[in-house]
Design a protein around this ligand. Sequence first.
Ligand code: ATP
Length: 425
Amino acid sequence: MTIVGLDDTDSRERGMCTTYLAARLAEAVVDAGGRVDRKLLIRLNPAVEHKTRGNAALALHVDLEPEHALDLATAELEPLAETADPRTSPGVVVADDDPSDVPEAVSTFTRRAIRDFLEPADALRVADDAGYVHRGWAGGRGRIGALAAVGAWAALEEWTYEHISYRAFDRCGTPREVNTESVFDAAAKFHPQAWDTVDREEDEPVCVPNAPGPILYGIRGDDPDAVSDLAARIDSESIERSATFLTNQGTDVHLREGTLGELRDGRAYRVDGTVASDPETRRGGHVFFDLEARGDADDSVDCVAFEPTKRFRDRVRALRSGDEVTVCGEVSDGTIKLEKFAVRSLRRTVETTPTCGECGRSMESAGRNQGYRCRDCGTSRSGPETVSVDRDLDVGWYEVPPCARRHIAKPLVRGGFDAPTHPER
Ligand code: ATP
């Protein structure tokens, strides 16, 4: 078996998309008499600054000879890659290996590319040691992602699907013609096998991208038939080609277990703690709170729900100091950008100044450590009153809505969480 890894052919301003190149290459392989067993769309560390948008890399599992596959990839890539953009740095890596049995160093490289930062030299060393052929253009940084995609089938356990429909290439840059009502109807029919197709509250067809490029829409889900059947029900402008990819989207594979006090920028974590300040909405509508380690106020971190996470911010605003939570998100400038959180326990009481049993008015402090008294009635109390508070949250997981989901983040509707879930749709 031959594995062809591809990455970094895309430009933020000019469009293109490496998935499109992979879809075309898959057709070229078949035209050359070959077979394509799988098409993989792999999301790598979302914190990487070189990314164009979603830090995707692609791999095809084919039965052509490696040199032949590299020639076909080169022939497809050279006319399409946006190498005039100084940020675009394409790479192709071709492996003569069984996809489920690549060298340990290659699958380790994939896991690191999803959770950490790597250098082009790391990719070249691992690819050369494994005897893989590779080519780079304009620096060839894309070989990092290409090698990571080569190792993905061996490195990862959990897979989802995305069916992508592409528009005619010469229409790229013009407004997309997609009948929104047909998208919402189809999304309702196939939910939850297909997820994140629309955001019902925001009334947004999130499967239709805004960026320039050849993707008309992408349907994500747990079942390959559901995503393509859903796509078939969407009324739109003509579709030039389509492809269904196996992906690590919606799996949370970017998250590592973290401990407060040991978090590092550019990595994404799942971390337990206690809410240490009531949430505060700052300029721009971003909501912040402080999270501290249970029983150790010295280790703490800021958490933020940004404005684009929309109604998720109401869930975050409903947290109170003293709540025990697990938060998930990437650390950037020392702040966790929240993707989801779980309430483990809610603080249900607060201590307040007591009221007088005789007159019902608020008592006053009788002095440091001397309790409270009512000046009018002469009554006294040794300490504050404990009153219960109504809470607007329940124990369990809360998440950003589909319109704000990161590609790699796992929607609650997929299940498998360690507490009740409160899914958005
Ligand atoms: P495209 O559609 O072109 O793939 P994209 O949003 O996926 O767009 P790229 O243009 O591929 O982003 O840019 C990501 C770049 O970062 C690639 O060159 C890739 O090799 C590199 N890269 C990916 N993961 C890592 C990592 N963990 N550490 C360092 N570089 C990485």
